[in-house]
Design a protein around this ligand. Structure first.
Ligand code: CTP
Length: 405
């Protein structure tokens, strides 16, 4: 289940707006994501940027209205419109929105859209007054009613010097939104997956916490892979600087107790729980209300055990039958397989992802991981060193087998 934009045929319409310069970055990012990008520039767009810019980043011909009248053939617009699996207009000017809303066939881009059967994605860019004008609003409403996906515009500084809603959404976010949309027909469509990520923080006093070295990277990669497979994803995460994958519902927690409460609330109606979080097994029994002062003497902390969230969920599943799929991680510094096997059974999991955290190229804080999957039926699969994104794809492929109907 790789990036769903891989191999997708995208027609990128670029129209007359200063944001057209950002469309080159968008075309490049889409190409890097594995999409085949055909660019069509309107006449307005060519005042800001040239076809050559797009050809240089996509490695494919970029089209203009000149191709409509002669050029390679008299049905270029039909060919482009029919070949496209997605049409993305970014930036979408007020003029182009009006043309598309009213079905005008006076440019290669609007003709290609008329000839297409694929989803239409619009990223408007214009001055705030133009976007808020009732004519533009009515056009946007009409297009959305017909099924177009609207991305933005964002609030911020505008070329006119004004501030307001009218900026084209940044190319990276447009790619993320497209990736999300492209994943919607995946094998987990309609399935809800709850994923936990990161290391919990247990307060010692108002300033200090007990925590661990988990970065959250594997959990966030799992969320992206589940989204790519079409799932609705709730990502319950402890504080981290990682960006939340586009389309995931983010629930922020800190302590093991908060994580437990969030898992129980989010699990209602969910199909799977993947516990990638490194949950504290102990917390300070009595966090100090004020900052603990140093007095020269040693400090003794009393810790009390936390709830085992997975074990609780496993026991709950034995009674209710849900969630259908329960996945755990085992972070081990010795006797990897024996310890992971014991956790698999004790917590009634479908499978466990066993992680040797003593390696320097795998486990905490790295971008790569080396794991063994241990299944409830006794099978096991040793995976080679791979990126956390690839590990996530393998794990989600197993979840698909258990959750897709
Ligand atoms: N886990 C949990 N609740 C806890 C502790 C762990 O749900 N209080 C989950 C983790 O998210 C992970 C799995 O249980 O998916 C195993 O966690 P790990 O820390 O490897 O093992 P523990 O069960 O805590 O056992 P130990 O620390 O003794 O190795």
């Amino acid at each position: 289940m790789s990036n769903p934009l891989q191999g997708q045929h995208i027609l990128l319409g670029v129209t007359g707006s200063i944001a057209a310069y950002k469309a080159a970055d968008l075309a490049s990012k889409l190409t890097q994501a594995g999409a085949l990008v055909d660019v069509v520039l309107t006449e307005g767009a060519q005042h800001f940027i040239t076809p050559l810019t797009f050809q240089s980043v996509t490695g494919r011909k970029a089209y203009t209205d000149a191709d409509l009248w002669g050029g390679e053939g008299h049905v270029t617009h039909i060919g482009l419109g029919r070949a496209a699996q997605w049409i993305v207009v970014a930036p979408a000017s007020a003029n182009t929105l009006a043309r598309l809303a009213h079905g005008l066939g006076d440019s290669l881009l609007s003709l290609a859209v008329l000839a297409s059967h694929c989803p239409l994605v619009l990223a408007p860019a214009m001055d705030v007054g133009m976007f808020e004008h009732p004519a533009t609003q009515a056009n946007v409403e009409l297009l959305v009613q017909r099924g177009a996906h609207l991305i933005g515009p964002a609030e911020g500084h505008l070329a006119s010097g004004l501030t307001g809603r009218g900026r084209m959404v940044e190319p990276g976010e447009i790619v993320a939104a497209l990736r999300y949309l492209a994943g919607r027909k995946g094998p987990l469509a309609g399935r809800r997956i709850v994923i936990t990520a990161g290391g919990t923080q247990e307060p010692l006093d108002p300033v200090r916490v007990l925590t661990n070295r988990s970065s959250g990277k594997q959990g966030f990669a799992l969320a992206q892979a589940a989204l790519d497979a079409g799932a609705e994803v709730t990502l319950i995460a402890t504080p981290t600087a990682l960006p939340v994958p586009y389309g995931a519902r983010h629930v922020a927690v800190r302590s093991a107790a908060e994580l437990l409460a969030a898992v129980q609330a989010e699990l209602l109606g969910a199909d799977a729980l993947i516990m990638a979080a490194a949950v504290a097994d102990f917390r300070p029994a009595q966090p100090a209300a004020d900052k603990i002062k140093k007095h020269g003497a040693a400090l003794t902390l009393t810790l009390e055990p936390t709830e085992d969230i997975l074990a609780l969920t496993g026991a709950q599943r034995a009674q209710t039958g849900w969630p259908r799929c329960l996945v755990g991680f085992a972070a081990e510094s010795r006797d990897l397989l024996e310890n992971a096997q014991a956790k698999l059974r004790a917590k009634s999991l479908d499978f466990i992802v066993a992680n040797d955290i003593s390696a320097t190229d795998a486990g905490f804080e790295t971008d790569t991981n080396r794991v063994v999957l241990l299944f409830a039926d006794g099978r096991s699969e040793t995976l080679p060193l791979m990126s956390k994104a690839e590990v996530a794809e393998r794990v989600i492929a197993e979840v698909v087998q258990r959750c897709a109907s």
